[in-house]
Design a protein around this ligand. Sequence first.
Ligand code: AGP
Length: 611
Amino acid sequence: MCGIVGYIGNKKATPILINGLLRLEYRGYDSAGISTIENDGLSIMKDKGRVKNLNEIPGIDDLEGTIGIAHTRWATHGKPSKENSHPHQDNSKSFSVVHNGIIENYNELRKFLTDNDYTFYSQTDTEVIPNLIHYYYSKDNNDDDKRILRAVKCAVNDLKGSFAIEVISKYDKDHMIVVRKDSPLVIGANEDEHYISSDIPAILSFTRDFYLLNDYEFVVLSRDSAEFYDKELNKINKDKKTIEWNASAAEKDGYEDYMLKEIHEQPTAIRETIGSRLSENTKIEFDELNFTKEYLSSLNKIFIVACGTAMHAGLAGKNAIEKICKIPTEVDIASEFRYRDPIIDNKTLCIFISQSGETADTIAALKLCKANGAKTLAVTNVIGSSITREADYSIYTHAGPEIAVASTKAYTSQVVLLNILALYFAEILGTCDKVNDYKKDILELPKKIEETLDSCKNINAFAKEIYQEHDIFYLGRGIDETVAKEGSLKLKEISYIHSESYAAGELKHGPIALIENGITVISIMTDSKLVEKTVSNIQEVITRGAKTLVVTNQNVDQKMFDKTIVIPETNPFVSPILSVIPLQLLSYYIAKEKGLDVDKPRNLAKSVTVE
Ligand code: AGP
């Protein structure tokens, strides 16, 4: 859950590294550090606090090195402090290392190294890595140009857990070594320079050509070449991939925050995600999939597994798959799924949703399903991300880079892609006679999202009324309950207000005891079959003094409620894509009213690469 950057070229490394760190700060922001190769050896500057603090360390502007590594941290082992910040060095200060991931056997390795007279200055798991490299380097009597690579390889062989690592050394002032396992790392390439990063958007303004690494691939980088090696240090070939994302997609583009920009990008994100896969009156195309009627008919269950917002998108996906494909579908939280002995076999299709494609719990759940004989399908936003390398099939949302920690456009893109997938299955299976109507509903979404954004123009006034509250409740029935969950999560994440979501009909079975005078209850109503029942439930909380906000496209008596946001009419099948938008904006304006950093909420990181 940290971010790492590297540069090797002919330019001064420090400004490039700091620029990259600022873009990766969403991955962690409690400390930052940098190490460059200078004429007199390795420099190292680091401290707790955000990247801007690092930029203020005296002397940082004087660093002249053109090779360097850098890190922004989200603490796992050891509190945020200068000592625990990366880069870490071995005792002789010959190697500098940055690491993203977790070394699970670090205690054992620490003991081994302590027994061999190494001393530790931090509480981190990472500090074992430079010392192990030093240990193996000093044991190697063969002083050829592969000596550091061999030492890194031996050190990596000892590590259990997940890691993306960059190594520089005072013994070789023209190279950098990188390696990864279960943690993201990409290498951007220009003619005479290489950029290394935990994600593509952070270095997209420098290059569009990338090498994507598999687990246990070692890379020796020089300014103008990249040599790739497998686990046994056999040389391998690797092709570059050109990334189509526009560099400006990773900028704020005049918006105050990434989150606000990403909320407003939803018409485009949905348009792009629909792309050429779906059009009226022609069959849905998924070039990436080759499911047959025989296979789909053989399925006795679909599991959708994900975390957080992606899991909420999965709930909308379940609704679509069960309704139109008639295949029983279960949605699970990845971290629970793994440990509950789910019944999986070759008659189970397992779908994994992950914006980043790097979420450790989701990837671990995928591996479990694969091992049990199920086919696995990843739904992700990041080309070449770890999950796509594990899954049998991958399909992509085309939401563009999502930088704000709180997911918005990725959620709506995931819901739309799952809907399209459900229609694709239904067309193969012949289980739905309204496929063309549903297609029309999907194709109308980009325009309706624009209208929804317009209908939210005054939502900041409601945010001003409620931003000081301590508890807020969200209600809905059916598909609207899945959106209530997402609205509640969004609010918690960025405003730090406690909130809960409930199935509206469940309220009277307990939670209504929490409703007292003045408490805010937010309800979503988009399904004509359920609207009367939900109105009755809202009436129950109004009677007990609640202040109410309703998001609806139904014909209801608006006078009943304190505030109503009317969104365009649509089929409940796709309504989450519209009804979630007022909730995203409400959370955003509440957090702004409280003066909080909406893009980087406390304690959270964008991609959770630890279990
Ligand atoms: C969303 O706002 C959250 N930050 C979080 O719940 C996120 O959706 C979750 O961690 C899953 O991430 P992924 O989609 O990258 O796998």
